[in-house]
Design a protein around this ligand. Sequence first.
Ligand SMILES: [Zn+2]
Length: 162
Amino acid sequence: MRFRFCPECGSPCTERQIGDEGLIPFCDGCSRPWFEMFSTCVLSVVIGRDGRRLLIRQSYGDTARYVGVAGYMKCGETAEQAAAREIAEETGIAVSGVRLLFSAWHAPRGQLMLCFAAFAEGEALTLSGEVAEGKWFTQEEAEAAVRPGSIIAQLVKALKNL
Ligand SMILES: [Zn+2]
């Protein structure tokens, strides 16, 4: 999102050259630039101790597809904390660690996706209301269960290189 008005004082922004960044919306009243804003989301596939991959179906939106555990980051937390928090909230799984594998720009929603492998401490699921089903897959089954070309498909493929 490119700012047209200052989110602090509401004045119209002007465009100002900011170093190497190019023309950036600038509030003369607050004397500061407002760089483009976007949401950062975490997307994880949980890996069980037996090596199986946990995918979920959501209870809203596209309920037919298996996806990873995703959510928005909160102010003040690290991406690793956000990934572990979302996994605990949606599946009840505690993770012993998470590893960032890559990031991807999700153009349809203008979001940066940070894609994680997460390592489960147990496999008992306690699903939130946002989750219709959680299911453990082999690597091959997981590759077949996700939508081809999607970011979750890239993430599942990347698990092979762990
Ligand atoms: Zn302002």
